[in-house]
Ligand binder design. Sequence first.
Ligand SMILES: *Cc1c(COP(=O)(O)O)cnc(C)c1O
Length: 359
Amino acid sequence: MPRPIVASISISALQHNLAVARAHAPNARVWGVLKANGYGHGLERAMRGFAAADGLALVEPDYAVRLRELGWTKPILLLEGFFDADDLPVLARHDIQFAVHCDEQIVMLERFVTDAGFHVHLKMNSGMNRLGFKPEAFHAAHARVSKIASVRSITMMTHFANADDALNPSLPLSEQVRRFQAGTEGLPGPRSLCNSAADLMHGELAHDWVRPGIMLYGGTPGGGSAADFGLRAAMTLESRIIGVQDIVPGEAIGYGSRFVADKPMRVGVVACGYADGYPRHAPTGTPVLVDGVKTGTVGRVSMDMLCVDLTELAGAGVGSRVELWGQQLPIDEVAFAAGTIGYELMCALAPRVAVREVD
Ligand SMILES: *Cc1c(COP(=O)(O)O)cnc(C)c1O
């Protein structure tokens, strides 16, 4: 018998969410972002779910090649670009597009002699201060890349630091847009700005390409409700109660004896722990569904198990179904309680968890 923990991945939810992304940006083409193993959903599954996308975007060159081997013929984009000149022949062979965000990459491209043509996504740093050329350096970088014989097209791209929080006083979204417009002024070619947050909340910024990730999996950026956006959870993590303890007041529960009961309690032990991807830092009270009823975790999450409060759930016991997150319990709600984001929970799904595909 396998352990009862299973992650169900819904291909139709991926398809549905892609359609939502498109509806928010009807005139743009859509990159389905499937870095990090499709945000934990599986590369190949995400590829099938996003079959209707105009392209697939990720950061892992080996996974990009894998997509070609799996039969993806539409565009593929490496969002961090290439890492080494040795990557270029492989990218040429498989017609993989890439970001160019620094002078070192330009030098490698200039030195690489090939008959192949590259589609470059020239990246601007519009305030995130992670990757990209500053607005005032963008024209020069564009001119230099334009002269490289192998470069067939240049898309201008930026990535927002906080599109879910447009009025952020440290860096308003409007300021990032202003910098992008100033830095690209007069330059020909397509533009690519929006991640999920911008796609969902600022469709007017969509331009030629959008790059949604988290929303395609049914999570939201910045804590909004996925259901309010019409998104469906693609991943449901469920397990079962495998043990029950009746606790008298004064008894402690779990490692470190951090939780001490102040009343009689019934506690269920769930076959799910941090080695399955459940966050160890989730505090007592993190929401969980038992037989569809919301209750909370109790005490520390351990490697293979966590405890839940069954005191008010008289009918629950060994064998009861537990949903850790998914269709009935939004992953964003669990993430918020645990002080993290849905992205991290999805990506952390451990290889030992059995995956079941559902429609
Ligand atoms: C990950 C990523 C995205 C997708 O972001 P979401 O918040 O998941 O929608 C878009 N663009 C770039 C450059 C990224 O790295």
